[in-house]
Design a protein around this ligand. Sequence first.
Ligand code: XMP
Length: 506
Amino acid sequence: KVLILDFGSQVTQLIGRRVRELNIYSEIHPYNKPPENIAEYNAVILSGSPLSVRGDDVAHPDLSEIQGKKPLLGICYGAQYLAHFGGGRVAESNTREYGRANLSYIGKNELFQNISEGSQVWMSHSDTIKELPAKATLLASTQDVENAAFKIDGEETYAIQFHPEVYHSKDGTQLLENFLVNIAGVAQDWTPDSFVEETVKNLKEQLGNDKVVLGLSGGVDSTVAAVLLHKAIGSNLHCIFVNNGLLRKNEFTSVLKQYEGMGLNVKGVDASARFLEALAGESDPEGKRKIIGRVFIEVFDDEANQIEDAKWLAQGTIYPDVIESVSVNGGPSATIKSHHNVGGLPDFMKLKIVEPLKMLFKDEVRRVGASMGLESDLLGRHPFPGPGLAIRILGDITPEKVSILQEVDAIFINGLKDNGLYDKVWQAGAILLPVQSVGVMGDERTYEKCVALRAVESTDGMTADWVNLPYEFLQKTSNEIINKVKGVNRVVYDISSKPPATIEWE
Ligand code: XMP
């Protein structure tokens, strides 16, 4: 396995993902809290950082257990670290070193095998390496950066100034493969099948004959977690699927049926009325979230208490939710959203937590799901917020508004599916606005509601851009909504990117 020491770069997670794409298991740890069992890692990568090696608050961990003893690759700050503390010189650069650059080789090295001269790489740094450390050999340069890659003689220590993990570095994955497979000899055995086999075995040992409770949401993560646990402990896994009355049209019944079809031991609990009553009159977005969170815990707790002797609570937490972020310049590099399920349900549940997907990235969860035979429509579902339609109804929530929005949303989402657009969109939905406007239908003047449609492209929801849906599609969808959904006489399309807007309107 591979250790990635994080110095706070925005793109450290991408290093982890690239390594995993090579079917090699990797873990990200903060530079100032390295794992204790360093001996178990076959290779180490040092990430980039917003810090400077020349600064006062320089990150300078002790690498004596690593450098010279294991294959080591420094990226960007990692490279400057190896230069600066190895007797070289790092200084502020006088040219801008951001964006595309092309490599030229000094001497061909194993690190650059199968990467041709001129290969495009991505630079993002304001310091530059002026002099190499002691006993180092220069491997590559670019037009603006002389010391773009070097190796320390007599050690398996490599350093590169550019970022192989970002998409714009065309041969970045090849470079990581050269380092990890050819140089470090790490085995490429981290596959979905091997993960399933290993995890099921471990879950069997960990859980024995204990009963486990799991809340299904209809989303990919909780579903894959449930299927893994089901494989390990069968009907000792008790799933609870709560209808909060804020799901998509027909979602509760159809997903419940799908779960039952998969052989899961699942109980559907329709608590719509309880949620809608509690929400009555609440217009504040955070207020809605709090109410929904509280009622969910009450409902879930009632149900969980009916499962006698339950010992464990299973959750579909995934790796990006648990990676400890490095705090530099006063702020963490990856802000964890407050609505993510880190930490789980409150203490009063008194159950031990089991999180079988805790070490997986989202794309790996999908691959694992596929390898266990989950249907692709389930694996390819758009993300859907926990508070559901409540945060897509601006203002207070009434059963009538929920049903209007469900109809609108169904027309939009089914339209995307029927027109082959669903998989091109990362997330889509409709928003019911607290606005009425004048319209005309037949000879009648109307004064009815307005809905906004939103469809975005994204990789992780942290940034997003609106999707350029075909005009004909928008036209057809708008007609269908206004003709079929009583109470709506106007449809608009949201063309804001995140940032500065957000994906949801609340
Ligand atoms: P924003 O609106 O912050 O959304 O750009 C980013 C992603 O997070 C989802 N989201 C939520 N998910 N509970 C959730 O489980 C919430 O309260 C919540 N708010 C936003 C949103 O759907 C998008 O995928």
